[in-house]
Write a new protein. Structure first.
Length: 464
């Protein structure tokens, strides 16, 4: 960072970072309307629905827990091979994972010093790297897109000084009037209008099939757009349960059968007797008697009778499916250690890693041009650090040690560890000494009498 950038950066701390103005800087462009009610998804979906909040928060926290490193591409051929092996995530088999890790080791070298490393550790004064990526993915799950803005100190060709996660529900896309296939810029509508250059904005979105000539397909499709009815059903079920709990009154009415009925005095006496002998915990399992035939009118039904609990369970399961989260992770009634462990591994493999691979490619395409001589740089998440992908170490080692045709270095690579290429013994194959050919199994032992006589002549006698 040169002196000019430092001065510019210091001034921004006083005047504000975002380029706000009271009017739109549209010359050859036009705003694209987002017909999805993303603001409602934030307020009534994420902030107003406990299940939606739980699912999105759970997924976003796991996404933010993946460590990210800066590498240098040292072998283009192996790098392309690594990308081919991990197009949408890590392979599913141990052998394929080992092959991918081997290619990555040859292709990428960890960079020790670079401004991008510090930027990823602390993108802005209010967030660390994990919180930044957690927010970015959280906005994508809620609104269909995660939006990041690079503060380059007001210099168009400057290096990024900060990275900020912007509220995607307040982002408007600007397109060229003659080209609506790609964004020409962005605007942040938050009281004032901030005009943002497309080079400074990362708009990471879900595919939107609602394509038209006005450019609405450029906005990411929010999962809650498809799951809005389910989310509304869940909210109604929660409100019904709360209303039933708050408005608990009489469960029913007793009345005397027959034409005569009962007098007010009789009614009051019966009510006192019911309070003494029927109502309350102290009368649990007690049998009470009446000296006349009575009828009963049920005024209230439980949430179970009304099907509210069934609707709540079904809506929770459907919302989990909408966001790609296994339902068993939110269903304590059927959760066991084994199925939760499998579900968590499947969630990481089928949701978190593919999402990260998509962000990895978009993030590198966006951030690398901001640095000079950055052609060999590559930002890569380290999935091997996730505990869900690490099988029990003892099981791994015991399994690999039984494959004796492998060399020690091949065993290390299979386990995803660093090999010892400098030791030639680590590249040799070792045969277990206790193995014999199948053809020799069951054969009589060799006659050793001749050997015993030779030893005796040499003065070597056993047990002496």
């Amino acid at each position: 960072m040169n002196i000019k950038q430092r001065v510019k950066y210091a001034l921004q701390a006083l005047t504000g970072r975002l380029p706000f103005s009271n009017f739109s800087m549209l010359v050859n462009g036009q705003l694209v309307s987002n017909f999805q009610n993303t603001t409602d998804y934030v307020r009534n979906g994420y902030m107003g629905n406990a299940v939606v909040y739980s699912i999105i928060s759970f997924a976003a926290r796991k996404f933010g827990s993946v460590p990210v490193y800066v590498y240098e591409i040292v072998d283009e051929k192996e790098f392309k091979r690594y990308k081919a092996l991990t197009p949408g995530g890590m392979p599913s088999t141990r052998a394929a994972i080992a092959e991918a890790l081997k290619a990555r080791k040859k292709a990428l070298k960890v960079v020790e010093r670079h401004p991008l490393i510090e930027l990823l550790k602390r993108p802005n004064p209010t967030q660390g790297g994990s919180a930044f990526f957690e927010n970015l993915f959280g906005f994508k799950l809620i609104t269909g897109a995660g939006t990041a803005w690079a503060n380059r100190g007001g210099i168009e060709t400057g290096e990024p000084l900060e990275l900020w996660c912007l509220p995607s529900q307040d982002i408007m896309i600007v397109v060229d009037r003659e080209d609506y296939l790609v964004p020409a810029g962005y605007q942040l509508h938050s009281g004032y209008i901030a005009n943002l250059r497309k080079e400074d904005v990362l708009y990471w979105k879900y595919w939107n099939p609602d394509w038209d000539v006005n450019g609405t397909h450029l906005y990411g499709l929010a999962p809650l757009k498809a799951g809005s009815m389910i989310a509304n059903e869940r909210s109604k079920a929660d409100r019904a349960s709360a209303t039933m709990l708050q408005n608990q009154g009489s469960k029913g009415v007793l009345f005397a059968k027959g034409d005569k009925g009962m007098s007010v005095e009789q009614r009051d006496k019966l009510e006192d007797r019911i309070d003494q002998e029927v109502n309350g915990i102290r009368n649990a399992s007690r049998v009470s008697l009446a000296n006349a035939e009575l009828g009963y009118v049920d005024l209230g039904r439980s949430s179970h009778d009304l099907g509210v609990e069934v609707a709540k369970r079904m809506s929770k399961e459907d919302l989990c499916n909408v966001f790609g989260v296994p339902f068993v992770l939110f269903d304590n009634s059927k959760a066991t250690y084994d199925n939760v462990e499998k579900a968590m591994k499947g969630f990481v493999t089928n949701k978190i890693i593919p999402e990260w691979c998509g962000l990895r490619d978009d993030f590198n395409s966006w951030i690398k041009p901001m640095y000079k001589n950055s052609g060999k740089l590559w930002v890569e998440p380290d999935f091997s650090a996730l505990p869900e992908l690490q099988e029990d170490l003892e099981k791994q080692v015991n399994a690999v040690m039984k494959i004796w045709p492998l060399t020690p270095n091949q065993m290390l690579e299979y386990l995803g560890w660093e090999s010892d290429d400098g030791n030639p013994l680590m590249n040799e194959r070792y045969i277990p000494a206790n193995l014999v050919p199948l053809s020799e199994v069951g054969m009589p032992a060799d006659d050793i009498n001749d050997d015993v006589e030779k030893l005796a002549k040499a003065g070597i006698v056993d047990y002496k």
